[in-house]
Ligand binder design. Structure first.
Ligand SMILES: Nc1ncnc2c1ncn2[C@@H]1O[C@H](COP(=O)(O)OP(=O)(O)OP(=O)(O)O)[C@@H](O)[C@H]1O
Ligand SMILES: [Mg+2]
Length: 361
């Protein structure tokens, strides 16, 4: 997939512009505070409806304004298409091929992977950071997962409400609970599959790009303990048993004590947990290897190449790692949007950013 051009209005400090992109490499150059991250964020936002650095829509609207919007034309294997997102202070509006659509329909139309300095949180942050990351990534390649997760979250709320009201003798609770367990199992099954598939790629990519001596692995830490390739029924059985064990305690606490809403994902570098043992550079490289591995996950699921965004490459890696990364992208047919404070040794369309103004070469 490739984005051909973009229009934006009132996006952070950026001037309202129409930009035409290269089908391969696009490089955004500028000093600190000029708008490099903002332009990459605008691109990511138009494709996903989300920012990669904030969950607050309002932050993306230019100071002093109340509305913001952006529009891209892109091409997949089939045709030329378009997406746009608009925000006013309270609501977001999505459109696909100029027709308004709901988020569920918008999600995953273009697949995009971003790598930004804050991504280090994936290693050092709390389990909820990893959960939301993997939930989003699995959902963008697998629309079924999005639906499962939506139902699961809704049922979790119902379940917690009944527990809070100490109302679990109500026959309706039993119905909700069975549905809850069903969707919890489906979510867990998909997570297990995803981790299994991406793990192979992770190790391979880490070795190829960064360190041939080390082995990188990802472990899905579910409340059910380790499971290799369970069926949904087996997971359901295990969940039912686990809930029976905590039944009394759940009633005392008044909310769900166990479940996929509390799962975690661990990165291990040569068997040691990265969060505790890996160096800064290694942590960044682990996250990068993860993002690179997603490329192949998306190609496998969607039969389309995703778009890749790298913010501030110079602040991340030493010159050897940087060179390896650029070489990697030169070998692959992927459209890349990259920003840097200093020029890079690649054949790219260059955009210079100065106080929000963008000029192409
Ligand atoms: N909603 C907004 N409206 C207007 N300006 C904003 C808004 N949000 C952030 N800014 C400003 O936009 C400027 C550009 O920010 P951005 O993060 O894009 O810079 P950058 O080029 O990536 O810098 P660095 O190299 O330091 O990462 C900053 O001065 C920031 O304070
Ligand atoms: Mg920046």
């Amino acid at each position: 997939m490739q984005i051909l051009d973009m229009n934006m209005i009132n996006f952070r400090n950026l001037d309202d512009e129409h930009l035409e992109f290269d089908r391969r490499f696009n490089l955004f150059l500028g000093k600190n505070g000029q708008g490099k991250t903002s332009i990459l964020e605008a691109i990511y936002f138009t494709m996903t409806g989300k920012s990669f650095r904030t969950s607050k829509n309002k932050e993306m609207i230019k100071y002093g304004y109340h509305k913001m919007g952006s529009f891209v034309n892109y091409e997949d294997k089939i045709a030329l298409k378009s997406l746009s997102v608009k925000i006013d202070e309270k609501k977001k509006f999505y459109s696909y091929n100029k027709k308004n659509v709901k988020y569920g329909e918008f999600l995953g139309k273009i697949n995009v992977i971003s790598f930004i300095p804050e991504d280090i949180e994936l290693i050092i942050g709390s389990p909820s950071v990893r959960r939301s990351f993997f939930d989003y990534e699995i959902a963008q390649a697998d629309p079924e997962y999005y639906l499962y997760l939506k139902s699961f979250s809704k049922l979790l709320k119902f379940r917690n409400k009944y527990l809070k009201d100490r109302n679990t003798r109500d026959p309706i609770f039993e119905i909700y609970n069975l549905e809850f367990i069903k969707y919890a199992s489906l979510v867990i099954k998909k997570r297990i599959e995803y981790v299994k598939n991406i793990s192979r790629l992770l190790s391979l990519n880490y070795r190829k790009l960064f360190d041939g001596e080390k082995e990188l692995s990802l472990v899905y830490k579910s409340f059910l303990g380790e499971m290799r390739s369970p069926t949904v029924e087996e997971i359901e059985g295990k969940i039912k048993k686990s809930y029976e064990k905590v039944r009394e305690r759940e009633l005392r606490y008044g909310y769900s004590l166990i479940g996929p809403q509390r799962d975690d994902f661990l990165f291990l570098l040569s068997g040691k947990e990265a969060k505790a043992y890996s160096s800064q550079g290694e942590k960044k490289s682990i996250v990068f290897a993860l993002k690179i591995s997603e490329i192949d996950m998306i190609i496998k699921e969607k039969k389309e190449t995703p778009i890749f965004i790298i913010d501030d490459i110079s602040s991340y890696f030493d010159s050897i790692r940087k060179e390896n990364i650029l070489k990697y992208f030169q070998r692959r047919e992927i459209q890349l949007f990259i920003s840097s404070t200093s020029d890079l040794d690649i054949d790219a369309r260059r955009f210079h950013i100065d106080r929000g103004g963008i000029s192409g070469e």
